[in-house]
Every structure is written in C-alpha cells, then in structure tokens.
Design a protein around this ligand. Structure first.
Ligand code: PYC
Length: 462
C-alpha cells in the first residue's frame, strides 16, 4: 500500500517534480485534425522518453495493456504518478499486439463473468476516457456447439451469464444462419452445428490503439515509460531463508515454512538498478521467470498460440464466430481482413514463429465452416505466448513477498481483461486491500484447493 502522503512523492519537492512532469496533452478532435491538416504541422509524439530515475514508488514490469492500464489507473484514479513501466522490447510488442482482439464476458464461473464484464464496460467507454479512437465494435459473439456436451456447457454458461446480468442465450442453427449466412449450417458436414451460445455484447477492438491510448494517457499523468529496459533481477530484503523459492502455500523449496518471505526493494535492469517498494509483474510469456526472480513460484506453463490474417475482402461477417470443436475463431476487421486463430501449440515453448502445420490445419477447418472462403489468401501468420494456469483463471494480487504483486497467468484471456486488471491492480496497490472483483484469483487458491475453473469458457482448444 502507498500511504496518502506518498502518492505524489513523499516530500513537497518530489510532489512538485511529479506535478511538473504531468503534460498538457493536446486533444485529438476534429478541430485539431483540421488544424494540423491545414497548417501541415507535426503531431506531437504520443508519449515521451525520460531519463530513468534511480527510484520510483511503483515499478511495473511489462509494457502491454495490463502494465499500461495499471500505470494509468494508479495515476488517474489514485494520484500515484511516480511510476515506471519497463518493457524489454517495445510497448505492446508481446501478447497485447499478438492477440486476435476479441472482447466478450460470456464466461462460465460467476467470478469470471463479473470480472470480464467489468472489463467490457471499461472497453466500451475507453475511447472517450482516453481520448483515443480504439475502434471498439460491438457486433455479437457466437460460440458454436457441434455436439451435445458442448450444447450443455453453452446452456450452463447462458444461465450463469443471465444470473450475473450478462446478455447470453443459446440459439438454434436457423438463428445462427440468420446472423452469419456464410456458415455451413447443413446437416451433411463432418461436425454439424447444433446451436450456439449467442452473446450480443461481444465484439472486437483495435488492440494497438488500446496500448497506445493507455500509454499516451499514462504519460500525460507523469508516468515514465521505459522501452528496451529488461528486468534481470528483483531485489528482496529480509527473507529468512534467503535464496529459496516460495510456493503457493508459502513453503520453501525444501518444504520448510518461510516465516518471512521478505519485501521487495527494487529491480535490476540492463540499464541499471531501480529502487522501488512496489514491483508489479504484468508480463505474459515470461511471467514465471519474472516471479522466480522474486523467489515466488507460480503454477504456470507457457504455450505458443498462433494466429493469421487474410487479405481484405468485402465486409460479410458481422459477428465473431468461434468453434471449439474445429479449433477456429474468426472475425472480420473494419478493413476487411479476416483474423483467425486456433488452438495453443501442443508443447511448451517460448517460440513465436508460425508453422506450416498450423496454417494447413486452420485452412481445412475454416473451409469446413465457411466453404465460400476457398479463394481467399492468407497474408501473415504469427504467434504469441500464453501463460496457462491449472484452472484457466489468472493469478492476481500481492504475493508472500511484501510489495511484490502479480497480474499473470492469463492463458488465452489476457487482452480482454486489460482494463479491469489495471483498475483492480491499481486499487490493490493504492489501498493495500484486495478488491472484491479479484478476490477469487489469489495465488493461495492453489494451496487451498479453491480453483476457479474457466476451461469450459475457452474459445481456444487446449
Ligand atoms: O477467449 O475469446 C477468447 C479468445 C479468442 C482468442 C484467444 N482467446
């Protein structure tokens, strides 16, 4: 927790410095577009480069949507501005720029539905909040059922969703056909469509714009964004069993109970050391290696997930379509490209290369769903990294190491949770209390056996 008098810096001098570092951001508007167009003037850079300070109140590791949103809400909601976001590459170069930008809240558990619905709510207002066009497009989300057991899970999800106030219902194949006429809903396919979970609030968004919008707004509040800054170590003071890693039950490698797991005092980076009483792990892909640096073990395995995009075609697909059985999900961007994804690769790896096997499998499955796409050409493919937990829910909040927070283990759900995660992590840090909306996602749930099983809500095969 950060004490009230520390929020803008613990001395008046630091407070003044912090205020001075806030920037008057020119508004993006029709008027400024006209002004810059007519005057041929340069747009100011969206965020600044800063010298790295020797210390910050909060250091956030990971410059994707989670890290940037946490920084933004720390500053905007709680006045905590002496904050640095570190990324070993560039902002949004990890999972935030590699996902398929699908938004939805039709999860299976009440905890999950409530959480992702708050995110959707924040996404709906994000363009206005950040003064940045994030191109949110609410267009409806369909999860197809090709067998009785999926249909049963869809009904279960629909009931939980309605109970929590989220709009979802199971529809039959003729209603599916009305929404997506190009889907093959005949009974002669290998896996006929028996129905679908229809979730009208679901949609897509421009994922890069979300990252840039949060970065620009965080910078305007005085947050420092340091790209090409790799964390190589996390400094922890006062641990009783120095060097041991701590598991979810607070035990060391040797099984001994650790009385004090210590407190975080800073990070080592490729650009030098930074002192900080609070360090937040907002990484994806390398989240377990970063947590390990603080001596905190997380039950996470990392798998690549591949995606691909086609050349643009005339708009014809006005909903997001997911088929877990065929391992495909597809949406059409405003530019007309079709964005596809499939299952996670069947092995743990940190590789982000695409494979021929993936596109061959994808093409076959897409054509089973929409035979009319046989002439459309793929333009690009790529991969991102998914940190899978045993129950397909994230790990959020403070850890046994005082001041070391995690916002990790997102599996294939991370991007859609960005805003609510940032909001909740910022609140946890500012108040020292775990917000109710993330209470179920603590690290200790694994030792207590209180898992939050979300596998049944996965769009992606596993
Ligand atoms: O959970 O909707 C989802 C999703 C789509 C792609 C990856 N995850």
């Amino acid at each position: 927790m950060i004490a009230d008098n520390d929020r803008n810096g613990s001395t008046n001098g630091r407070r003044r410095a912090s205020k001075a570092s806030q920037k008057k951001v020119p508004k993006y508007s029709a008027f400024s577009l006209l002004k810059h167009g007519v005057g041929s003037t340069e747009w100011p850079r969206a965020w600044r480069n800063h010298e790295m300070r020797p210390s910050y109140d909060v250091v956030i590791v990971g410059g994707g949507v989670h890290g940037l949103a946490t920084a933004y809400y720390l500053a905007a909601n709680h006045g905590i501005r002496n904050v640095a976001v570190l990324d070993k590459g560039y902002l949004g170069g990890g999972g935030s720029g590699r996902n398929t930008a699908i938004l939805r809240s039709n999860y299976l558990t009440p905890e999950g539905v409530r959480f992702y619905d708050r995110s959707l709510e924040l996404y709906r207002h994000l363009a206005a909040d950040l003064n940045f066009n994030v191109m949110f497009s609410r267009r409806g989300h369909l999860t197809l059922a090709h067998n009785d057991s999926s249909l049963r899970t869809m009904r279960w999800r629909a009931e939980v969703n309605k109970h929590v106030g989220v709009d979802s219902e199971v529809i039959d194949p003729s209603q599916v056909k009305e929404l997506v006429p190009h889907l093959d809903t005949s009974e002669s396919t290998r896996y006929p469509i028996l129905g679908a979970l229809y979730h009208p609030p679901g949609g897509i968004i421009r994922h890069d714009a979300v990252v840039w919008g949060y970065a620009r707004a965080a910078d305007a509040h005085g947050v420092h964004l340091h790209q090409k800054t790799e964390v190589t170590g996390i400094d922890v003071a006062g641990r009783s069993d120095s060097g041991a890693r701590i598991d979810t039950a607070g035990r060391s490698d040797s099984g001994a109970r650790i009385d004090t797991a210590g407190r975080v005092v800073g990070v080592q980076t490729n650009r030098g050391r930074i002192a900080a009483p609070i360090v937040v792990n907002c990484t994806a892909g390398w989240s377990s290696t970063i947590s390990d640096m603080a001596g905190v073990r997380t039950p996470i395995q990392t798998f690549p997930l591949q995606a691909a995009v086609t050349e643009p075609v005339r708009p014809f697909l006005h909903a997001v379509v997911v088929s877990g059985t065929l391992h495909v999900y597809v949406s059409q961007t405003d530019r007309g490209e079709l964005v596809f994804g499939a299952s996670v690769d069947p092995f743990t790896s940190y590789s982000m290369r695409g494979s021929l096997e993936f596109v061959e499998g994808l093409a076959g499955h897409v054509l089973e769903l929409m035979p009319a796409l046989s002439k459309v050409r793929l333009l690009r493919q790529w991969a991102g990294l998914c940190d899978m937990t045993p129950d397909y829910s994230p790990i959020m909040g403070e850890t046994p190491v005082e001041g070391f927070y995690v916002d990790v283990g997102w599996g294939t759900y991370g991007f859609k949770a960005g805003p609510v995660s940032g909001e909740a992590m910022a609140e946890a840090i500012a108040t020292g209390r775990t917000p109710e909306i993330i209470e179920a996602f603590g690290l200790d749930r694994f030792s207590k056996g209180e898992l939050v099983g979300e596998k049944g809500a996965a769009a992606v095969g596993h």
